[in-house]
Design a protein around this ligand. Structure first.
Ligand SMILES: *Cc1c(COP(=O)(O)O)cnc(C)c1O
Length: 376
């Protein structure tokens, strides 16, 4: 793509909001004596991992969490020197580069631990390992029946240093859900097994939701992701600021007569003479086609409905008798403070979660722009 042309659409990331949110989360953690790991997997939930990581460290994160060791290595290459942890790689991944770059790794099984130890020997240094216990999410993590063996192998393995015992919650976004306490109980049991084996590992369990609602589960380190991006995973109100805005602008306006239909399939017909504003953003830019007929945009100081289907490259907005100027700003979603739609509203309409909306906004055609750099 031609880089010196103006963007058709852009995702604006407010780093001041990221810093504000992370600061709030880190302050909650600090009250329990816990440190904060800012989770920047999946390119920082679509916000750009390296820039978010730098802002998070600036605002008080002492750790960063990535999904794969490749993601962690990308952060090292971007100059990030904070403590880094990654937890989900495929069995064919060589851990040696991550160990050489001082990335903490997770082991969920004796086989994974052996591969890390082998890579540590090749890298010529000890690997720092966090042992993951599956406390009930039934995803990755070691099942309780295999845990004592994993712990004993790790304790006896000279190539690894056991840094932590950790796990992940299934239902923390539903405060009071009985699984949370059950997972906490199993986590305590797993930690006791490690202690009995002579280890003194850190403990970390809390995602954003548990960071906000369960200070008793903060332990040594919390791992917030979504709340740092300003999206609130829990029912209670929190002072979080959504960091992402998707915006574009009007490229053409036209009058159409009552009875004329708009876009593919003619699913929308003007009930009266009206003005349409054309916006050069579509499903190739992250606007789900299934929002057709169910979305509005912020244009000229108010919300206006999108008329007809969202296309690959464009959509049309019904402006009634208003005549927005070509070049007028169109906000597809943002923090909601001006009245514009939010990622949460899109998610609710689509029957999904806002995580999926923002994470899906990494699109080659949509320019990412950072603001709020110097703000506190
Ligand atoms: C994604 C993830 C997190 C962060 O979860 P949020 O709900 O975004 O706060 C924490 N820990 C693990 C293991 C994760 O995969």
């Amino acid at each position: 793509m031609s880089v010196d042309q103006p963007a058709r659409a852009e995702v604006v990331i407010d780093l001041g909001a990221i810093r504000h949110n992370l600061g709030l989360l880190a302050a909650r953690a600090a009250r329990s004596g816990a440190q904060t790991m800012a989770v920047v997997k999946a390119d920082g939930y679509g916000h750009g991992a390296a820039r978010v990581a730098a802002a998070a460290v600036d605002a008080g994160a002492s750790w960063l969490g990535a999904c794969s060791s490749a993601e962690a290595l990308d952060l090292r290459r971007a100059g990030i020197t904070a403590r880094l942890f990654s937890w989900l790689d495929t069995p064919d991944v060589d851990f040696a580069p991550a160990i050489a770059e001082d990335v903490d790794l997770s082991a969920s099984s004796a086989g994974e631990l052996a591969r890390i130890a082998d890579a540590a020997r090749r890298a010529g240094r000890r690997a720092r390992v966090h042992l993951k216990i599956d406390t009930g999410l039934s995803r990755n993590g070691c099942p309780p029946y295999a845990w004592p063996e994993l712990v004993h192998r790790a304790a006896a393995e000279p190539g690894v240093e056991v840094v932590a015992v950790w796990s992940h919650l299934a239902c923390a976004d539903e405060p009071g859900h009985p699984s949370i306490d059950e997972q906490a109980r199993r986590f305590a049991d797993a930690h006791a097994v490690a202690r009995a084996a002579g280890l003194d590992p850190l403990r970390h369990l809390a995602n954003s939701a548990a960071t906000l609602t369960r200070p008793d589960l903060h332990f040594d380190l919390v791992r917030p992701g979504i709340a740092m991006y300003g999206l609130n995973p829990v029912p209670q109100r929190e002072d979080l600021r959504p960091a992402m805005t998707l915006r574009s602008s009007v490229v053409l306006t036209k009058r159409i007569d009552a009875g004329e239909s708009v876009s593919y399939g003619h699913t929308w017909t003007a009930e009266r003479d009206t003005t349409l504003a054309l916006v050069p953003v579509g499903y190739a830019d992250g606007v789900p086609r299934t929002l057709s007929g169910r979305m509005s945009v912020w244009l000229g100081g108010k919300r206006r409905p999108v008329a007809g289907r969202v296309c690959m490259d464009q959509l049309a907005v019904d402006c009634g008798d208003d005549e927005p100027a070509v070049g007028s700003e169109v906000v597809l979603f943002g923090p909601g403070t001006r009245g514009e739609p939010t990622a949460r509203e899109w998610a609710d309409t689509l029957g999904t979660i806002d995580y999926e909306i923002v994470t899906g906004m990494y699109r080659p055609r949509v320019r990412r722009r950072y603001v709020g750099e110097g703000e506190r």
